[in-house]
Design a protein around this ligand. Sequence first.
Ligand SMILES: C[S@@+](CC[C@H](N)C(=O)[O-])C[C@H]1O[C@@H](n2cnc3c(N)ncnc32)[C@H](O)[C@@H]1O
Length: 236
Amino acid sequence: MKKLKNWDNQTWLSSKNYIHQFNKFLSKRARFNKNTKILDIGCGRANIISNLQKRQKFKEKPIGLDIIKNKGIKKNIIFKKIDGYNYLKRKNEKYDLILLKQTIHFFSPSKLKALLDIAKKRLEKGGKMLIFSLKTTNNKIPCFKKMKQKLDGSLKRDEKLFKIIKKKLKKTNEYYFNFKVNISKQKYLKMVKSRYISCLLDLNNNEISKGVSELRSKCKNQIKFTDTLKCISYKK
Ligand SMILES: C[S@@+](CC[C@H](N)C(=O)[O-])C[C@H]1O[C@@H](n2cnc3c(N)ncnc32)[C@H](O)[C@@H]1O
Protein backbone atom coordinates (compact mmCIF):
# COMPACT_ATOMS: atom_id res chain seq x y z
CA MET A 1 0.00 0.00 0.00
CA LYS A 2 1.20 3.55 -0.79
CA LYS A 3 1.82 5.93 2.10
CA LEU A 4 -0.97 8.13 3.43
CA LYS A 5 0.32 11.71 3.17
CA ASN A 6 -2.61 14.04 2.71
CA TRP A 7 -5.07 12.97 5.39
CA ASP A 8 -4.55 16.08 7.48
CA ASN A 9 -3.04 18.29 4.77
CA GLN A 10 -5.45 21.26 4.76
CA THR A 11 -8.59 19.15 5.01
CA TRP A 12 -11.52 19.32 7.46
CA LEU A 13 -9.51 16.87 9.57
CA SER A 14 -6.90 19.55 10.18
CA SER A 15 -9.30 22.51 10.39
CA LYS A 16 -9.36 24.62 13.55
CA ASN A 17 -13.00 23.79 14.10
CA TYR A 18 -12.46 20.02 13.83
CA ILE A 19 -9.44 20.03 16.15
CA HIS A 20 -11.30 22.24 18.64
CA GLN A 21 -14.36 19.98 18.69
CA PHE A 22 -12.29 16.81 18.79
CA ASN A 23 -10.23 18.06 21.71
CA LYS A 24 -13.38 19.14 23.54
CA PHE A 25 -14.55 15.54 23.17
CA LEU A 26 -11.15 14.24 24.35
CA SER A 27 -11.21 16.49 27.43
CA LYS A 28 -14.49 14.90 28.47
CA ARG A 29 -13.14 11.37 28.08
CA ALA A 30 -9.71 11.98 29.65
CA ARG A 31 -9.23 14.55 32.39
CA PHE A 32 -6.14 16.66 31.74
CA ASN A 33 -3.84 18.46 34.17
CA LYS A 34 -0.32 19.89 33.88
CA ASN A 35 1.22 16.48 34.67
CA THR A 36 -0.73 14.49 32.06
CA LYS A 37 1.57 12.48 29.79
CA ILE A 38 0.24 11.75 26.32
CA LEU A 39 1.29 9.38 23.56
CA ASP A 40 -0.39 9.65 20.14
CA ILE A 41 0.22 6.60 17.94
CA GLY A 42 -0.20 7.43 14.23
CA CYS A 43 -0.27 11.17 14.91
CA GLY A 44 0.06 12.37 11.29
CA ARG A 45 1.00 16.07 11.44
CA ALA A 46 0.18 16.02 15.18
CA ASN A 47 -2.51 18.71 15.00
CA ILE A 48 -4.45 17.16 17.86
CA ILE A 49 -1.72 16.88 20.47
CA SER A 50 -0.20 20.18 19.37
CA ASN A 51 -3.47 21.98 20.07
CA LEU A 52 -3.78 20.19 23.43
CA GLN A 53 -0.26 21.29 24.35
CA LYS A 54 -1.03 24.88 23.34
CA ARG A 55 -4.08 24.95 25.60
CA GLN A 56 -2.96 22.81 28.54
CA LYS A 57 0.79 23.55 28.65
CA PHE A 58 1.70 20.09 29.94
CA LYS A 59 5.01 19.84 31.83
CA GLU A 60 6.05 17.01 29.52
CA LYS A 61 5.35 17.66 25.86
CA PRO A 62 3.03 15.07 24.26
CA ILE A 63 4.79 12.48 22.12
CA GLY A 64 3.53 11.74 18.61
CA LEU A 65 4.60 8.66 16.64
CA ASP A 66 4.19 8.03 12.95
CA ILE A 67 5.88 5.88 10.34
CA ILE A 68 5.80 8.88 7.97
CA LYS A 69 7.44 12.21 8.63
CA ASN A 70 5.21 14.54 6.65
CA LYS A 71 5.96 18.17 5.87
CA GLY A 72 4.36 20.54 8.36
CA ILE A 73 4.49 18.47 11.53
CA LYS A 74 3.76 20.65 14.53
CA LYS A 75 6.77 21.82 16.51
CA ASN A 76 5.46 22.11 20.07
CA ILE A 77 5.32 18.33 20.57
CA ILE A 78 7.93 15.58 20.42
CA PHE A 79 7.65 13.74 17.11
CA LYS A 80 9.27 10.37 16.47
CA LYS A 81 9.30 8.64 13.10
CA ILE A 82 8.78 5.08 14.28
CA ASP A 83 6.28 2.23 14.26
CA GLY A 84 4.01 2.51 17.33
CA TYR A 85 4.59 -1.06 18.46
CA ASN A 86 8.39 -0.83 18.16
CA TYR A 87 8.42 2.38 20.19
CA LEU A 88 6.37 0.91 23.04
CA LYS A 89 8.47 -2.23 23.04
CA ARG A 90 11.73 -0.27 23.34
CA LYS A 91 10.71 2.43 25.82
CA ASN A 92 9.56 1.53 29.26
CA GLU A 93 7.76 4.85 29.91
CA LYS A 94 4.18 5.19 31.08
CA TYR A 95 1.44 7.52 29.88
CA ASP A 96 -1.85 8.86 31.21
CA LEU A 97 -3.39 8.88 27.75
CA ILE A 98 -2.56 6.69 24.78
CA LEU A 99 -4.41 7.88 21.70
CA LEU A 100 -4.93 5.83 18.56
CA LYS A 101 -7.00 7.92 16.18
CA GLN A 102 -7.91 6.43 12.82
CA THR A 103 -4.79 4.28 12.82
CA ILE A 104 -5.83 0.71 13.77
CA HIS A 105 -6.76 -0.21 10.19
CA PHE A 106 -3.07 -0.04 9.30
CA PHE A 107 -2.38 -2.96 11.67
CA SER A 108 -2.82 -6.66 10.97
CA PRO A 109 -4.96 -8.46 13.60
CA SER A 110 -1.89 -10.09 15.15
CA LYS A 111 0.06 -6.83 15.25
CA LEU A 112 -2.92 -5.02 16.75
CA LYS A 113 -3.17 -7.65 19.51
CA ALA A 114 0.53 -7.22 20.28
CA LEU A 115 0.17 -3.42 20.24
CA LEU A 116 -2.77 -3.49 22.67
CA ASP A 117 -0.93 -5.82 25.06
CA ILE A 118 2.09 -3.57 25.25
CA ALA A 119 0.04 -0.34 25.29
CA LYS A 120 -1.88 -1.63 28.34
CA LYS A 121 1.41 -2.13 30.14
CA ARG A 122 2.52 1.40 29.25
CA LEU A 123 -0.51 3.04 30.85
CA GLU A 124 -0.26 4.63 34.28
CA LYS A 125 -2.77 3.35 36.83
CA GLY A 126 -6.02 5.19 36.06
CA GLY A 127 -4.62 6.05 32.62
CA LYS A 128 -6.76 5.82 29.51
CA MET A 129 -6.42 4.39 26.05
CA LEU A 130 -8.77 5.98 23.51
CA ILE A 131 -9.16 4.28 20.15
CA PHE A 132 -11.02 6.07 17.35
CA SER A 133 -12.07 4.64 14.02
CA LEU A 134 -14.70 5.38 11.37
CA LYS A 135 -18.20 4.25 12.22
CA THR A 136 -18.63 0.98 10.31
CA THR A 137 -22.34 1.15 9.46
CA ASN A 138 -24.17 3.78 7.45
CA ASN A 139 -20.99 5.74 6.90
CA LYS A 140 -21.53 9.09 5.17
CA ILE A 141 -18.12 9.75 3.59
CA PRO A 142 -18.87 10.84 -0.01
CA CYS A 143 -17.61 8.11 -2.33
CA PHE A 144 -17.54 7.13 -5.97
CA LYS A 145 -18.41 3.50 -6.76
CA LYS A 146 -14.95 1.96 -6.63
CA MET A 147 -14.02 4.03 -3.56
CA LYS A 148 -17.18 2.84 -1.80
CA GLN A 149 -16.29 -0.80 -2.48
CA LYS A 150 -12.84 -0.27 -1.00
CA LEU A 151 -14.19 1.67 1.98
CA ASP A 152 -16.84 -0.97 2.72
CA GLY A 153 -14.15 -3.68 2.60
CA SER A 154 -12.02 -1.71 5.00
CA LEU A 155 -14.97 -1.07 7.36
CA LYS A 156 -15.77 -4.81 7.39
CA ARG A 157 -12.18 -5.43 8.42
CA ASP A 158 -12.50 -2.70 11.09
CA GLU A 159 -15.45 -4.57 12.61
CA LYS A 160 -13.16 -7.55 13.14
CA LEU A 161 -10.54 -5.25 14.64
CA PHE A 162 -13.16 -3.76 17.01
CA LYS A 163 -13.98 -7.29 18.20
CA ILE A 164 -10.28 -7.96 18.84
CA ILE A 165 -9.98 -4.69 20.78
CA LYS A 166 -12.98 -5.45 22.98
CA LYS A 167 -11.77 -8.98 23.67
CA LYS A 168 -8.29 -7.78 24.54
CA LEU A 169 -9.26 -4.79 26.67
CA LYS A 170 -12.32 -6.45 28.26
CA LYS A 171 -13.85 -3.52 30.19
CA THR A 172 -14.42 -0.78 27.65
CA ASN A 173 -16.90 2.02 27.03
CA GLU A 174 -18.11 3.21 23.65
CA TYR A 175 -18.82 6.74 22.48
CA TYR A 176 -19.35 8.50 19.16
CA PHE A 177 -17.71 11.66 17.94
CA ASN A 178 -19.73 13.51 15.28
CA PHE A 179 -18.41 16.32 13.14
CA LYS A 180 -20.61 18.17 10.67
CA VAL A 181 -18.57 18.58 7.50
CA ASN A 182 -19.47 21.44 5.16
CA ILE A 183 -17.00 21.54 2.30
CA SER A 184 -17.07 22.85 -1.28
CA LYS A 185 -17.19 20.20 -3.97
CA GLN A 186 -14.03 21.72 -5.46
CA LYS A 187 -12.11 21.25 -2.22
CA TYR A 188 -13.41 17.72 -1.69
CA LEU A 189 -12.43 16.70 -5.21
CA LYS A 190 -8.94 18.04 -4.50
CA MET A 191 -8.83 15.83 -1.39
CA VAL A 192 -9.88 12.81 -3.44
CA LYS A 193 -7.23 13.56 -6.08
CA SER A 194 -4.61 13.72 -3.35
CA ARG A 195 -5.81 10.32 -2.03
CA TYR A 196 -6.65 11.75 1.40
CA ILE A 197 -8.13 8.49 2.76
CA SER A 198 -6.49 5.06 2.82
CA CYS A 199 -9.18 3.38 0.67
CA LEU A 200 -7.90 5.53 -2.25
CA LEU A 201 -4.25 4.61 -1.90
CA ASP A 202 -4.32 1.50 -4.06
CA LEU A 203 -6.42 2.92 -6.90
CA ASN A 204 -4.56 3.80 -10.10
CA ASN A 205 -4.58 7.30 -11.65
CA ASN A 206 -7.24 6.33 -14.17
CA GLU A 207 -9.58 5.03 -11.45
CA ILE A 208 -9.08 8.25 -9.48
CA SER A 209 -9.87 10.51 -12.47
CA LYS A 210 -12.96 8.46 -13.34
CA GLY A 211 -14.03 8.66 -9.70
CA VAL A 212 -13.50 12.43 -9.61
CA SER A 213 -15.77 12.83 -12.69
CA GLU A 214 -18.38 10.61 -11.04
CA LEU A 215 -18.34 12.72 -7.86
CA ARG A 216 -18.34 15.95 -9.89
CA SER A 217 -21.64 15.02 -11.51
CA LYS A 218 -23.27 13.45 -8.45
CA CYS A 219 -22.37 15.89 -5.62
CA LYS A 220 -23.87 19.30 -4.89
CA ASN A 221 -21.58 22.35 -5.02
CA GLN A 222 -21.49 22.37 -1.24
CA ILE A 223 -21.06 18.90 0.30
CA LYS A 224 -22.57 18.40 3.75
CA PHE A 225 -22.41 15.22 5.82
CA THR A 226 -21.58 13.99 9.30
CA ASP A 227 -18.19 12.38 9.84
CA THR A 228 -18.72 9.93 12.70
CA LEU A 229 -16.03 8.15 14.66
CA LYS A 230 -16.53 5.34 17.11
CA CYS A 231 -14.43 5.74 20.25
CA ILE A 232 -13.48 2.78 22.41
CA SER A 233 -12.31 3.88 25.82
CA TYR A 234 -10.27 1.71 28.19
CA LYS A 235 -9.25 2.69 31.71
CA LYS A 236 -6.46 0.91 33.56
C1 LIG B 1 -5.57 8.27 8.96
S1 LIG B 1 -4.06 8.88 9.59
C2 LIG B 1 -4.57 9.58 11.12
C3 LIG B 1 -3.68 10.69 11.60
C4 LIG B 1 -4.10 11.33 12.93
N1 LIG B 1 -4.23 10.36 13.99
C5 LIG B 1 -5.43 12.04 12.72
O1 LIG B 1 -6.48 11.48 13.04
O2 LIG B 1 -5.40 13.16 12.22
C6 LIG B 1 -3.23 7.40 10.14
C7 LIG B 1 -1.76 7.60 10.44
O3 LIG B 1 -1.23 6.41 11.04
C8 LIG B 1 0.10 6.25 10.59
N2 LIG B 1 0.53 4.86 10.83
C9 LIG B 1 0.21 3.76 10.12
N3 LIG B 1 0.78 2.66 10.65
C10 LIG B 1 1.48 3.08 11.73
C11 LIG B 1 2.31 2.41 12.70
N4 LIG B 1 2.52 1.10 12.63
N5 LIG B 1 2.88 3.15 13.68
C12 LIG B 1 2.68 4.49 13.73
N6 LIG B 1 1.92 5.17 12.85
C13 LIG B 1 1.33 4.48 11.87
C14 LIG B 1 0.00 6.65 9.12
O4 LIG B 1 1.26 6.95 8.57
C15 LIG B 1 -0.93 7.87 9.18
O5 LIG B 1 -0.23 9.07 9.33
